[in-house]
Design a protein around this ligand. Structure first.
Ligand SMILES: NC(=O)c1ccc[n+]([C@@H]2O[C@H](COP(=O)([O-])OP(=O)(O)OC[C@H]3O[C@@H](n4cnc5c(N)ncnc54)[C@H](O)[C@@H]3O)[C@@H](O)[C@H]2O)c1
Length: 293
């Protein structure tokens, strides 16, 4: 897709971070925007922030949808709201996601389900709802937010990395399926960021847990320590606005893989593929090896 003026964007996880930056960018391009998120307060604040910065983009409209992407019915309602409100959807950003790590064998199944249901099932739900509409309309673009974690396999990041590898694979398969179906006017990109300055490191705060766990002081103290450490790391990371610019540039030039830190990301991909070709054993590079360039 090369022209965005007057078209319609649906952005999940649009109340914060990369999703919010994508929404601002879409509005600045003159698009009508449907912002979807699970956090109602942040969602309304985000929509108001976009509306009040609308001076540059006459015609831009923003509506919100309180949506849990893990829930197929909720995503169905999101698609209905978007088409009933604006007549069609041209850009879908399957962006909502949460962080999640720990030793694979120690994490409980509820935790695995929480991460996989949002990060992977959420993307599946979006693809199932919106792709047929874009094919029928003979125009559209789907951007799935994966991660550099979808291109390498860092220890201690099990659920997150598994979900993101799956999103990369799903995006590649979607692109192939669309080509084979002759739907050449429906494009796909997979966004693979390394560190971006967002609230991702605070995801755990929004995890639905039992009252007992929510009020457990040890868990709170642990979260405080993690957030303090991660907060200082993320505060120096790439601004989310720069990522949104890369996504729109990428769509304009028909890029499939959108890397925010191309040099380091390509190096990690090369290392992984070389290990496979050499019949080697997986590297132990951890999240600290996520590229910074
Ligand atoms: N920040 C990074 O360094 C980084 C790197 C690689 C990939 N990503 C990916 O970018 C995407 C956006 O994350 P971010 O970094 O902007 O984080 P963020 O926490 O700032 O934003 C994520 C948004 O998703 C929403 N969300 C969470 N669960 C949801 C659900 N079930 N349904 C709908 N919305 C939900 C949150 O409320 C939040 O507004 C994620 O998929 C994340 O995995 C981020």
């Amino acid at each position: 897709m090369k022209s965005f003026q007057g078209k319609v964007a649906v952005i999940t996880g649009g109340a914060s971070g990369i999703g919010l930056a994508l929404a601002h960018k879409a509005a600045a391009e003159g698009m009508k925007v449907v912002l979807a998120d699970i956090n109602s307060e942040a969602l309304e604040a985000a929509a108001n922030a976009i509306r009040s910065s609308r001076v540059h983009t006459p015609g831009c409209e923003v509506i919100t949808s309180l949506t849990d992407v893990a829930n197929a019915d909720a995503v169905h309602n999101l698609a209905r709201l978007a088409t009933e409100s604006f007549g069609g959807v041209h850009l879908l950003c399957n962006n909502a996601g949460v962080g999640g790590g720990g030793k694979c064998w120690e994490l409980d199944l509820d935790y695995w389900d929480w991460v996989l249901n949002i990060n992977l099932r959420g993307v599946i739900n979006g693809i199932r709802e919106f792709t047929p509409h874009m094919i029928a309309q003979n125009e559209g673009h789907i951007v799935n937010t994966a991660s550099i974690a979808g291109l390498m396999s860092a220890p201690d990041t099990g659920p997150y990395t598994v979900s993101k590898h799956a999103v990369v694979a799903l995006s590649e398969i979607l692109a192939g399926d669309l080509r084979r179906a002759g739907a050449d006017n429906v494009g796909v990109s997979v966004l693979c960021p390394s560190f971006v300055n967002t609230n991702i490191y605070r995801s755990e705060r929004n995890r639905p847990v039992s009252e007992e766990l929510a009020n457990n002081p040890e868990r709170q103290a642990e979260l405080d320590v993690i957030e303090e450490m991660a907060g200082s790391l993320f505060s120096t990371a790439m601004p989310s606005e720069a990522v949104a610019d890369l996504v729109f540039e990428g769509m304009r030039s028909g890029r499939f893989y959108i890397l925010t830190h191309p040099e380091g990301s390509r190096e990690q991909v090369r290392k992984r593929m070389q290990t496979i070709l050499d019949d080697g054993y997986p590297d132990v590079a951890g999240p600290e090896d996520f590229p910074l360039t």
